[in-house]
Design a binder for this molecule. Structure first.
Ligand code: CA
Length: 235
Protein backbone atom coordinates (compact mmCIF):
# COMPACT_ATOMS: atom_id res chain seq x y z
CA UNK A 1 0.00 0.00 0.00
CA UNK A 2 1.25 3.44 -0.88
CA UNK A 3 1.47 5.68 2.15
CA UNK A 4 1.48 9.43 1.66
CA UNK A 5 4.67 11.08 2.86
CA UNK A 6 4.37 14.24 4.95
CA UNK A 7 7.32 16.50 5.66
CA UNK A 8 6.89 18.51 8.88
CA UNK A 9 9.04 21.64 9.05
CA UNK A 10 8.82 23.02 12.57
CA UNK A 11 11.45 24.11 15.07
CA UNK A 12 9.16 23.85 18.12
CA UNK A 13 9.64 20.27 19.20
CA UNK A 14 6.31 20.00 21.07
CA UNK A 15 4.32 20.98 17.97
CA UNK A 16 6.40 18.82 15.70
CA UNK A 17 5.94 15.82 18.04
CA UNK A 18 2.20 16.48 18.27
CA UNK A 19 1.81 16.47 14.48
CA UNK A 20 4.14 13.48 14.11
CA UNK A 21 2.06 11.37 16.52
CA UNK A 22 -1.25 12.19 14.86
CA UNK A 23 -0.07 11.61 11.32
CA UNK A 24 1.84 8.41 12.10
CA UNK A 25 -1.25 6.95 13.73
CA UNK A 26 -3.29 7.88 10.62
CA UNK A 27 -1.13 5.91 8.25
CA UNK A 28 1.06 8.69 6.93
CA UNK A 29 4.78 8.31 6.54
CA UNK A 30 6.26 11.29 8.39
CA UNK A 31 9.62 13.05 8.33
CA UNK A 32 10.61 16.09 10.37
CA UNK A 33 12.90 19.03 9.70
CA UNK A 34 13.63 21.75 12.23
CA UNK A 35 15.40 24.27 9.99
CA UNK A 36 14.80 25.77 6.56
CA UNK A 37 17.99 24.28 5.15
CA UNK A 38 17.04 20.80 6.32
CA UNK A 39 13.55 21.36 4.87
CA UNK A 40 14.90 22.23 1.42
CA UNK A 41 17.24 19.26 1.38
CA UNK A 42 14.54 16.80 2.57
CA UNK A 43 12.00 18.28 0.14
CA UNK A 44 14.23 17.35 -2.76
CA UNK A 45 15.54 14.00 -1.47
CA UNK A 46 12.23 12.77 -0.07
CA UNK A 47 9.77 14.14 -2.66
CA UNK A 48 7.03 14.37 -0.01
CA UNK A 49 3.36 14.36 -1.02
CA UNK A 50 2.71 17.29 1.26
CA UNK A 51 4.73 19.76 3.34
CA UNK A 52 3.62 21.33 6.62
CA UNK A 53 5.68 24.47 7.04
CA UNK A 54 6.14 26.67 10.09
CA UNK A 55 6.87 30.23 8.90
CA UNK A 56 9.15 31.17 11.81
CA UNK A 57 12.28 29.04 11.37
CA UNK A 58 15.67 29.70 12.98
CA UNK A 59 17.68 30.03 9.75
CA UNK A 60 15.70 30.77 6.57
CA UNK A 61 12.43 32.72 6.47
CA UNK A 62 9.44 30.44 5.75
CA UNK A 63 8.51 32.66 2.79
CA UNK A 64 11.84 31.94 1.17
CA UNK A 65 11.41 28.20 1.77
CA UNK A 66 8.10 28.37 -0.16
CA UNK A 67 9.67 30.32 -3.01
CA UNK A 68 12.62 27.93 -3.25
CA UNK A 69 10.38 24.84 -3.32
CA UNK A 70 8.03 26.43 -5.84
CA UNK A 71 10.92 26.86 -8.27
CA UNK A 72 10.82 23.15 -8.99
CA UNK A 73 7.89 21.49 -7.18
CA UNK A 74 4.11 21.77 -7.07
CA UNK A 75 3.96 19.71 -3.87
CA UNK A 76 1.15 21.05 -1.65
CA UNK A 77 2.44 23.27 1.17
CA UNK A 78 0.35 23.98 4.26
CA UNK A 79 1.67 26.86 6.30
CA UNK A 80 1.57 26.72 10.10
CA UNK A 81 1.33 30.18 11.57
CA UNK A 82 0.36 32.11 14.64
CA UNK A 83 -3.06 33.69 14.91
CA UNK A 84 -1.74 37.22 14.69
CA UNK A 85 0.14 36.84 11.41
CA UNK A 86 -2.63 37.53 8.88
CA UNK A 87 -0.36 39.40 6.48
CA UNK A 88 2.04 36.48 6.54
CA UNK A 89 -0.75 34.06 5.69
CA UNK A 90 -1.78 36.11 2.68
CA UNK A 91 1.82 36.49 1.51
CA UNK A 92 2.44 32.76 1.95
CA UNK A 93 -0.69 31.85 -0.01
CA UNK A 94 0.16 34.31 -2.76
CA UNK A 95 3.72 32.91 -2.88
CA UNK A 96 2.33 29.46 -3.64
CA UNK A 97 1.32 27.87 -0.33
CA UNK A 98 -1.93 25.91 -0.63
CA UNK A 99 -3.45 26.54 2.75
CA UNK A 100 -2.63 27.30 6.35
CA UNK A 101 -3.27 26.07 9.86
CA UNK A 102 -3.46 28.55 12.70
CA UNK A 103 -1.83 27.59 16.01
CA UNK A 104 -3.23 26.08 18.13
CA UNK A 105 -5.05 23.58 15.91
CA UNK A 106 -6.72 20.25 16.65
CA UNK A 107 -6.44 16.77 15.21
CA UNK A 108 -9.51 16.91 13.00
CA UNK A 109 -8.54 20.28 11.53
CA UNK A 110 -5.03 19.03 10.75
CA UNK A 111 -6.31 15.87 9.07
CA UNK A 112 -8.98 17.75 7.11
CA UNK A 113 -6.47 20.29 5.74
CA UNK A 114 -4.13 17.51 4.64
CA UNK A 115 -6.93 15.51 3.00
CA UNK A 116 -8.16 18.56 1.13
CA UNK A 117 -4.70 19.53 -0.12
CA UNK A 118 -3.91 15.99 -1.26
CA UNK A 119 -7.25 15.80 -3.05
CA UNK A 120 -6.59 19.07 -4.87
CA UNK A 121 -3.12 18.03 -5.91
CA UNK A 122 -4.60 14.93 -7.60
CA UNK A 123 -7.63 16.79 -8.92
CA UNK A 124 -9.09 15.20 -12.02
CA UNK A 125 -10.95 17.80 -14.01
CA UNK A 126 -12.59 17.04 -17.31
CA UNK A 127 -11.21 18.35 -20.62
CA UNK A 128 -12.92 21.72 -20.45
CA UNK A 129 -11.54 22.25 -16.96
CA UNK A 130 -14.87 21.80 -15.22
CA UNK A 131 -15.15 19.37 -12.30
CA UNK A 132 -16.72 16.10 -13.37
CA UNK A 133 -19.12 15.95 -10.45
CA UNK A 134 -21.52 18.50 -9.04
CA UNK A 135 -20.57 20.15 -5.77
CA UNK A 136 -22.72 19.08 -2.82
CA UNK A 137 -22.66 20.24 0.78
CA UNK A 138 -25.40 20.69 3.38
CA UNK A 139 -28.24 20.88 0.85
CA UNK A 140 -26.38 23.18 -1.55
CA UNK A 141 -25.78 21.72 -5.00
CA UNK A 142 -23.89 23.25 -7.92
CA UNK A 143 -24.05 21.71 -11.38
CA UNK A 144 -21.04 23.20 -13.19
CA UNK A 145 -22.23 22.10 -16.64
CA UNK A 146 -25.72 23.53 -16.34
CA UNK A 147 -24.47 26.43 -14.18
CA UNK A 148 -27.35 25.64 -11.91
CA UNK A 149 -27.38 26.23 -8.14
CA UNK A 150 -29.97 24.84 -5.77
CA UNK A 151 -30.41 24.96 -2.02
CA UNK A 152 -32.62 22.16 -0.66
CA UNK A 153 -33.89 21.63 -4.21
CA UNK A 154 -34.89 25.30 -4.69
CA UNK A 155 -33.25 27.04 -7.63
CA UNK A 156 -31.11 30.07 -6.67
CA UNK A 157 -30.67 32.94 -9.09
CA UNK A 158 -27.18 34.44 -9.07
CA UNK A 159 -25.76 37.13 -11.36
CA UNK A 160 -22.93 35.92 -13.66
CA UNK A 161 -20.30 37.52 -11.38
CA UNK A 162 -21.83 35.98 -8.26
CA UNK A 163 -21.90 32.60 -10.00
CA UNK A 164 -18.22 32.87 -10.95
CA UNK A 165 -17.26 33.64 -7.36
CA UNK A 166 -19.27 30.74 -5.94
CA UNK A 167 -18.11 28.28 -8.64
CA UNK A 168 -14.45 29.20 -8.08
CA UNK A 169 -14.77 28.72 -4.31
CA UNK A 170 -16.69 25.44 -4.79
CA UNK A 171 -14.06 24.09 -7.18
CA UNK A 172 -11.53 24.76 -4.43
CA UNK A 173 -13.81 23.74 -1.57
CA UNK A 174 -12.22 23.16 1.80
CA UNK A 175 -9.28 25.41 0.85
CA UNK A 176 -8.87 29.04 1.77
CA UNK A 177 -8.82 31.32 -1.28
CA UNK A 178 -7.27 34.74 -0.76
CA UNK A 179 -9.19 37.87 -1.75
CA UNK A 180 -6.68 38.49 -4.53
CA UNK A 181 -6.97 34.91 -5.85
CA UNK A 182 -10.76 35.30 -6.10
CA UNK A 183 -10.48 38.79 -7.60
CA UNK A 184 -7.97 37.61 -10.23
CA UNK A 185 -10.06 34.59 -11.12
CA UNK A 186 -13.29 36.55 -11.49
CA UNK A 187 -12.20 39.96 -12.79
CA UNK A 188 -8.92 38.94 -14.40
CA UNK A 189 -5.57 40.72 -14.32
CA UNK A 190 -7.23 44.14 -14.32
CA UNK A 191 -9.04 43.49 -11.06
CA UNK A 192 -8.97 46.43 -8.68
CA UNK A 193 -6.62 46.02 -5.76
CA UNK A 194 -9.37 47.09 -3.37
CA UNK A 195 -11.58 44.10 -2.48
CA UNK A 196 -14.72 46.17 -1.77
CA UNK A 197 -16.50 44.94 -4.91
CA UNK A 198 -15.83 41.35 -3.82
CA UNK A 199 -17.22 41.99 -0.35
CA UNK A 200 -20.36 43.59 -1.84
CA UNK A 201 -20.89 40.57 -4.09
CA UNK A 202 -20.28 38.19 -1.19
CA UNK A 203 -22.93 39.95 0.90
CA UNK A 204 -25.43 39.44 -1.95
CA UNK A 205 -24.37 35.81 -2.42
CA UNK A 206 -24.88 35.09 1.27
CA UNK A 207 -28.26 36.78 1.25
CA UNK A 208 -29.31 34.39 -1.53
CA UNK A 209 -27.64 31.17 -0.33
CA UNK A 210 -27.52 31.22 3.42
CA UNK A 211 -30.47 30.84 5.78
CA UNK A 212 -28.73 33.23 8.17
CA UNK A 213 -26.18 35.36 6.26
CA UNK A 214 -24.62 36.47 9.57
CA UNK A 215 -23.80 32.84 10.40
CA UNK A 216 -22.88 31.29 7.06
CA UNK A 217 -22.69 27.51 6.66
CA UNK A 218 -21.53 27.43 3.01
CA UNK A 219 -18.95 30.18 2.58
CA UNK A 220 -16.83 31.16 5.57
CA UNK A 221 -14.79 34.34 5.96
CA UNK A 222 -11.16 33.89 6.99
CA UNK A 223 -10.62 37.30 8.54
CA UNK A 224 -8.01 39.36 6.72
CA UNK A 225 -7.24 36.51 4.32
CA UNK A 226 -10.15 35.43 2.13
CA UNK A 227 -12.94 32.84 1.91
CA UNK A 228 -13.24 29.11 2.44
CA UNK A 229 -16.17 27.10 1.08
CA UNK A 230 -17.54 24.10 2.97
CA UNK A 231 -15.87 20.92 1.79
CA UNK A 232 -17.60 18.96 -0.98
CA UNK A 233 -19.40 16.03 0.67
CA UNK A 234 -18.86 13.71 -2.29
CA UNK A 235 -15.15 13.51 -1.65
CA1 CA B 1 8.87 28.48 14.82
Amino acid sequence: MHKFTVLIVEDEKSISDFIFKILSSHDYRVKCASTGKEALSLASSLCPDIILLDMGLPDIDGMEVIQQIRLWSGCPIIVISARTQEDDKVRALDAGADDYLTKPFGTSELLARIRTSLRHSNKSNSENGLPQHPYRAKGLEIDFFKRNITVDGQSIHLTPIEYKIVAFLAQNSGKVMTYSAVMNNVWGPYAESDNKILRVNMANIRRKLEKNPAQPVYIFTEVGVGYRMAEDEDH
